[in-house]
Design a protein around this ligand. Structure first.
Ligand code: PGA
Length: 251
């Protein structure tokens, strides 16, 4: 039986008041559901973390951040450390999101430091990988994913099991285009094989990229898909809950 992780990535959206309303309603709605072994996660902007921590029913949903610096503290103006995320109630942190790679130049070297730092502080990384449309059209999707996954070879073996992978084709993020079931099945199976061959393990592999209330049941049912990383559709509680409900129905 699958155990799903349904993770919202709010990106740079929602002010404190919206976050408070969302968090309180999420508490109430999830109380009426039987999540069994599936998990719900909200990855919020830094400014909303303490607000959410203070209202969160921890038995129902987890809190995460969308990025962090690798250092514990220091002269890094504008950055936020893993210790600060722990302090603000985070259990998870998204690392290597394609928007971080694209707009902030995050590469394997930096992401190796970030993942190891997160693990050292018992934060669970959601490590994002994915190809652009040019890379897919040039038939180098698996070369790109292979290169991005090389980061995991610099993680202490006993920590690998604390990582979640998110496959997010860049061309499907925020575009309304989702990868089709065949494409998702092919990539998730390839990632699962990669993990088996290199680390003799399976990890949760989330799909991300325009997942919504309407397409989530089909996507979540695909082999080796163990949840979703949801951007736009996670900002509306009713849509997010519909995805959670679809996951519950599949367990
Ligand atoms: P989207 O974003 O659901 O809005 O496509 C997903 C993500 O970037 O994590």
């Amino acid at each position: 039986m699958k155990k799903y992780l349904i993770a919202g990535n709010w990106k740079m959206n929602l002010l404190q008041n919206d976050a408070q309303i969302f968090g309180n309603n999420l508490n109430n709605e999830l109380l009426n559901r039987n999540l069994s072994d599936s998990e719900v996660l909200v990855c919020a902007p830094f400014t909303n973390l303490f607000t959410l921590k203070n209202i969160q029913n921890e038995t129902l949903w987890a809190l995460g951040a969308q990025n962090m610096h690798f250092a514990d503290s220091g002269a890094y103006t504008g950055e936020v450390s893993p210790l600060m995320l722990k302090d603000a109630g985070c259990e998870y942190v998204i690392l290597g999101h394609s928007e971080r790679r694209q707009y902030f130049g995050e590469d394997n070297e930096l992401l190796t430091k970030k993942i190891n730092s997160a693990l050292h502080h018992s934060l669970k990384p959601i490590f994002c990988i994915g190809e652009t449309i040019e890379e897919r059209n040039n038939n180098i999707t698996f070369d790109i994913l292979h290169h991005q996954l090389e980061v995991l070879k610099n993680v202490e073996p006993h920590q690998i099991s604390n990582i979640t992978i998110a496959y997010e084709p860049v061309w499907a993020i925020g575009t309304g285009l989702t990868a089709n079931s065949k494409q998702i099945a092919e990539v998730h199976s390839w990632i699962n094989n990669y993990l088996q061959i290199n680390f003799s393990t399976s990890l949760k592999i989330l799909y991300g990229g325009s997942m919504n209330a309407g397409n989530s049941a089909e996507i979540l049912a695909i082999d080796n898909v163990s949840g979703g990383l949801i951007g736009g559709a996670s900002l509306k509680l009713d849509q997010f809950l519909q995805i959670v409900d679809n996951a519950i129905q599949l367990t």
